[in-house]
Design a protein around this ligand. Structure first.
Ligand code: F6R
Length: 617
């Protein structure tokens, strides 16, 4: 949550900073601000509201500074307001800081600084940081250093040592006007290498139009960024070298490419995302392989339990993963919500394989749940969309979806790519363990290869979906029903609807409805059923019949031939193996939510109260 950008070079910093912030707005969008070094002082401009508001601030175009830091906020401590917006300065106005994360001990630090004569002007946890930097710059061993640069870095280090919590921090000072100091712990930060200029950002897409060469900062690592150079230090301030990673993402992939919204673009990118995720990991007639990992038969034979651990949409991908692992590999599999897993003392040991799914690779709860499993001796495998993200740096093994940058807050192509990748992983395990017949795996491979063209088929004609959305967009409640993987995907359909259309909705296992929730079904309420498993058709139809009898309007998304005249609307999708059918059945649900949101005139890409990357607990 919160987005950070930094620039140092020969150009005016402001346009680069604001452009970067606009790309990062999915990380938070309740206030924004920038600070640049103007001659011998820092100029801060900030306000509540979206990044675009910065253009309306008086004097923003007069800023000439070529060194600057910027921030778009997702409020944690203190309401969205100008005072609480970043950057924050110390009392002497010599240090400006932007921060992503949470300082858990800020109240103690604030007390300490207040007693030392400092005044606070915001309700944020962040404001302690510039004041601590000032405190150490002017007190104690660092304050006697003659070299101002060493003194500034030493003061930042001492300040950071006092912080408990998570942070990605950029600090600037007119006392050292040619550098930006950055440091991170449990919050992402990357440095983009340019020619005579360097860039800093929370996420790669924000600066992808400037460079493809990135340094990925590690936890507790400091960097001093100048226009020609980046120097790295460990937490004892011992300098070390760091290698550059070339990121192949195309800058256009991070833009809207003619689509009205990122979400729509990302829905339409799903065939490519699946194709890229399959890549060279398997071909018909050949065994699955992963360049990135090798998991031996000896090790896999010792695994007696698999956990999928994730949050939100990624958790829904894990639910489908359970069906795949249990069916193909015959290994008992559990699926946990990361924020629950980390506090419930799960039964894990060296015979447990814990698989963590995270599009961003930065979700705080998922990372903490991974660290927990490692400390119990379990092996950990990360599935992420972001190369070098925190989760992949912690895990024993990492594999990547190749969905390209996902910018819309509501996840679409990441979900379908995650399910595809888990299917490949399950086949790889099953081939290694020889737990499923070759013929069955070959059939599944063929179904996976066919998915992109089947998604294209769904996307080629969306009129029915749009019509349905138009009929129901004013409703207050909806229900989603399914059995097996159809239930798993019903949960995802329901989450999409809540997030971007603000319609209350619930998803239930179709057979569970009569155990309570059916009491909510009344005349005219809309129920969406998903039916893709030939073995469960009749059972699910009976459950949908139960709501029809109570006056519900029904839409059924199916790849089966259903009896005529039962349902108000039917959306047909192509047939595939039920283990991977969520990749197809989710598409109409993504589009229904998308169009409802558009009919309601909402901001599809930036739904209220949400942020793309949830780096706080
Ligand atoms: C919903 C959505 C969220 C994320 C969740 C986990 O559309 O995007 O539910 O799936 O916050 O995020 P990652 O996958 O980045 O760990």
């Amino acid at each position: 949550m919160c987005g950070i950008v930094g620039y140092i070079g020969n150009k005016k910093a402001t346009p680069v900073l604001i452009d970067g912030l606009l790309c990062l707005e999915y990380r938070g969008y309740d206030s924004a601000g920038i600070a640049t070094i103007e001659k011998d002082s820092i100029k801060v401009m900030k306000d509540k509201g979206r990044v675009n508001n910065l253009y309306n601030l008086d004097g923003i175009n007069d800023l000439q500074g070529t060194v600057g830091i910027a921030h778009t906020r997702w409020a944690t401590h203190g309401k969205p307001s100008k005072e609480n917006s970043h950057p924050h300065m110390d009392n002497s106005k010599n240090f400006a800081v932007v921060h992503n994360g949470i300082i858990e001990n800020y109240s103690d630090l604030r007390d300490f600084l207040s007693k030392s004569g400092y005044t606070f002007y915001s309700e944020t946890d962040t404001e302690v940081i510039p004041n601590l930097i000032h405190y150490y710059y002017t007190n104690g061993p660092v304050s006697v250093l003659e070299d101002k640069r060493e003194r500034f870095l030493g003061a930042v280090k001492s300040a950071v040592f006092d912080l408990k919590g998570s942070y990605a921090i950029e600090a600037i000072s007119p006392l050292c006007p040619d550098e930006i100091i950055v440091v991170r712990k449990d919050s992402p930060l990357v440095i983009g290498k340019g020619n005579g200029e360097n860039f800093i950002a929370s996420d790669i897409p924000a600066i992808l139009s400037h460079t493809k060469d990135f340094y990925l900062l590690d936890d507790n690592e400091f960097a001093v960024v100048t226009k020609d150079d980046v120097r790295f230090y460990d937490n004892g301030l011992v300098e070390h070298n760091k290698s550059i990673k070339n990121i192949e993402w195309d800058a256009n992939a991070a833009g809207k490419d003619g689509y009205e919204d990122y979400m729509l673009k990302e829905i339409y990118e799903q065939p490519t995302a699946i194709r890229e995720t399959i890549g060279s990991r398997f071909k018909l007639g050949e065994k699955c392989s992963f360049d990135d990992i090798e998991i031996t038969k000896e090790y896999l034979s010792t695994v007696n339990k698999i956990y999928f651990v994730a949050c939100g949409t990624a958790w829904h991908a894990g639910l489908v993963g359970k069906a795949l692992m249990e069916k193909l590999c015959k290994i008992p599999t559990e699926v946990d919500i990361a924020s629950e897993f980390r506090y419930r003392n799960p039964l894990i040991d060296e015979h447990t394989l814990c698989i963590y799914i995270s599009q961003s690779g930065e979700t705080a709860d998922t990372i903490a749940a991974l660290k927990l499993a490692k400390s119990h001796g379990a092996k950990t495998l990360a599935i992420s969309n972001v190369i070098g993200s925190s989760i992949t740096r912690e895990a024993d093994y990492s594999i990547y979806t190749h969905a390209g940058p996902e910018i819309a807050v509501a996840s679409t192509k990441a979900y379908t790519s995650q399910v595809a990748l888990i299917a490949i992983l399950a086949m790889y395990f099953a081939e290694t363990l020889e737990t499923t017949s070759e013929a069955e795996i070959e059939a599944l491979k063929s179904d996976l290869i066919d998915l992109p063209s089947k998604i294209d088929q769904i996307l080629a004609n969306t009129d029915e979906i749009k019509d349905f959305a138009k009929k129901v967009y004013t409703e207050k409640d909806m229900f989603f029903l399914g059995r097996g993987t159809d239930y798993n995907v019903a949960l995802e359909g329901s989450l999409k609807l809540k997030e971007i259309s603000y319609i209350h909705s619930e998803a239930y296992a179709a057979g569970e409805l009569k155990h309570g929730p059916i009491a909510l079904v009344e005349n005219g309420v809309t129920v969406i059923g998903i039916i893709t498993n030939p073995h469960l058709v009749e059972k699910t139809i009976s459950n949908i019949q139960e709501v029809i009898t109570r006056g519900a309007k029904t839409l059924v998304i199916t790849n089966q031939i259903l009896p005529n005249g039962h349902f108000d609307y039917i959306i047909n999708i192509p047939e595939t193996n039920p283990l991977i059918s969520p990749i197809l059945s989710v598409i109409p649900m993504q589009l229904i939510s998308y169009y409802i949101s558009k009919f309601k005139g909402l901001d599809v890409d930036k739904p209220r109260n949400l942020a793309k990357s949830v780096t706080v607990e």
